[in-house]
Design a protein around this ligand. Structure first.
Ligand SMILES: O=P(O)(O)OC[C@H]1O[C@](O)(CO)[C@@H](O)[C@@H]1O
Length: 539
């Protein structure tokens, strides 16, 4: 029987067993079903994974070739097979003396050079040596979308306590509301615009970049002098009019959603400075080392991935909630949606055959405690099981508000405990009886207060959310996605699924101005919507 078959059989045989029984049978379960990486701990003991399931999961990772593919990635091989590219985001945070080759060439000198240029420019902006036409830069707008936005925007919010540079804003949506609201109140004479786009063709980014340039043109004589660009398409940045001195390139073997470690992080570099950015890279590098050196059974990204495989592909839980008890990680779920769903939302394997199991899960979430007052009801009592992933810092950043951090921590621990332990009908009846209810009314009310429990969660716990820790966390998630992709046999590094909608949008835009012949080629629903939009003056 295949490992997949053995896992399915084991799941069927143990279905319904309560995780509290697993704890009762094993005094050391909490420690044994936890994994350490540096000072960070991932506790996955509040799941129904037992020793046999874990052994099978690790075996599955091994048989899928995780260690071989991992070596191939770190070694610069072309593992992004559909695009014929290496996958080397890890090079962007590698040691200063690292040698990493692609096609026989050491890529590190160029990477170090670009990082040094980006740091130097960031420092110039921070120290007021690079100035706007009305004085020192007060505001920076990063215009980008997807990987050219989500990573740096998430990290900029996460590292707010380290901000000592100009204010950094992120504009992504082609909806004019986004840029209009951002520009309101900014001074064009002291604003720097970074156009961040790997391809420099993305319609949202280029449209917003032109809008920002027009906004500036009304007030400064040379808008292009207050623009910088980050892209792999250097010719296109020149065509846009941005001086090469303020253009920061990167290579196509850094995927967009894996690119926050290099010049795509320029906005963050300006906000927190090179030293803190370096600390973030060091955290990621520490996780890279852990991932590449630790045996699979003690490897945090591998175990996190395999817990996900157990819940999604084996148990059939289609979604995963990411629940940071850390308000500054508010954008983490959105960032992970791209990282995980764009990477592992694939229907065919590497060789083009249909997958014979589910692809990656639907990832969503919100920071606790806000989520508790919104969707946790469903997590606790809904009919579907939603595996939860809690993130928690032992210390907050506000010593004067330590009492609030204690409350935050208590809430986080309470949620995973409630998910696991639940509340039985008998307990609920006891509570209702204590309130004086009796008979049929007691029974009716008690049933609404039952929590089934036995609902799985993991908790990632770390000392404090610092630049170093953030680097560890994000690299952990990157490698988890990689492992899951290898186990599913898919290419985690392309994203063909975003293309069709883009192509149709380009074709649709002119129809909004009314092209009857072209309208006729559309399906009845799209025609109806177009008709409504034209009647209500879409422009
Ligand atoms: O950086 P670019 O080239 O503007 O692309 C932005 C985003 O668009 C995508 O290609 C598809 O949505 C993402 O993978 C990417 O991060």
């Amino acid at each position: 029987m295949s490992i997949w078959g053995k896992l399915a059989k084991h799941q069927r045989a143990t279905e319904g067993r309560h995780m509290l029984d697993l704890f009762a049978d094993d005094d050391h379960r909490a420690a044994e079903f936890s994994v350490h990486a540096g000072d960070m701990v991932l506790d996955y003991s509040k799941t129904c994974i037992d020793t046999e399931a874990r052994d099978l999961l690790v075996q599955l990772a091994r048989d899928s070739g995780v260690d071989v593919r991992r070596a191939a990635m770190f070694g610069g091989e072309q593992i992004n097979e559909t695009e014929g590219r290496a996958v080397l985001h890890v090079a962007q945070r590698a040691d200063d003396d690292a040698v990493i080759t692609v096609g026989g060439d050491d890529v590190m000198p160029r990477l170090r050079d670009i990082r040094a240029r980006a740091y130097a420019f960031a420092e110039d902006v921070r120290q007021g040596r690079f100035r706007g036409q009305g004085g020192a830069i007060t505001d920076v707008i990063n215009i980008g979308i997807g990987g050219s936005d989500l990573g740096p925007a998430m990290a900029t919010l996460a590292l707010a306590p380290w901000h000592d540079g100009p204010k950094v804003h992120y504009v992504s949506n082609v909806d004019g509301a986004h840029i209009a609201d951002t520009l309101k109140g900014l001074n064009p004479e002291t604003t720097l615009v970074i156009v961040a786009s790997k391809t420099f063709t993305t319609i949202e980014t280029m449209t917003n970049a032109r809008t920002a340039r027009d906004w500036m043109a009304g007030r400064v004589s040379d808008p292009a002098a207050q623009f910088a660009a980050v892209s792999t398409a250097l010719d296109k940045t020149v065509d846009f009019g941005i001086a090469p001195a303020r253009v920061f390139g990167f290579e196509d073997w850094v995927g967009g959603r894996y690119s926050m470690w290099g010049p795509i992080g320029l906005g963050l570099m300006i906000a927190i400075g090179a030293q803190q950015f370096d600390a973030m890279l060091a955290g990621a590098r520490a996780m890279d080392r852990h991932f590449s050196d630790m045996p699979l059974e003690q490897n945090m990204p591998v175990l996190l991935a395999m817990v996900g495989v157990w819940h999604n592909q084996i148990c059939g839980h289609a979604t995963r909630a990411v629940l940071p008890y850390d308000q500054r990680l508010a954008r983490l779920p959105a960032y992970l949606q791209q990282l995980e769903m764009e990477s592992n939302g694939k229907r065919v394997d590497m060789s083009g055959r249909d997958l014979d199991r589910q692809s990656g899960p639907v990832v969503w979430g919100e920071p606790g405690t806000n989520g508790q007052h919104a969707f946790y009801q469903l997590i606790h009592q809904g009919t579907r099981v939603v595996p939860c992933e809690f993130l928690l810092a032992a210390r907050g950043q506000e010593p004067e508000l330590a009492h609030q951090h204690k409350l935050l921590v208590a809430n986080c621990l309470a949620q995973s405990e409630a998910l696991m332990c639940g509340r039985s009908l008998e307990q609920a009846r006891g509570i209702m009886a204590a309130k004086g209810l009796q008979g049929a009314e007691l029974d009716r009310q008690a049933r609404h207060r039952v929590f089934p429990g036995n609902r799985p969660s993991t908790t990632l716990i770390y000392p404090q959310l610092t630049p170093f820790t953030l680097g560890q966390i994000i690299a952990l998630y990157e490698h988890r996605v990689f492992v899951e992709g290898v186990v599913l046999g898919i290419n985690s590094f392309d994203q063909w699924g975003v293309e069709l909608g883009k192509e149709l949008a380009v074709a649709l835009a002119p129809l909004l101005d009314g092209d009857a012949a072209a309208m006729a080629t559309k399906d009845p629903s799209t025609r109806q919507l177009l008709g409504y939009l034209r009647a209500h003056q879409v422009g």
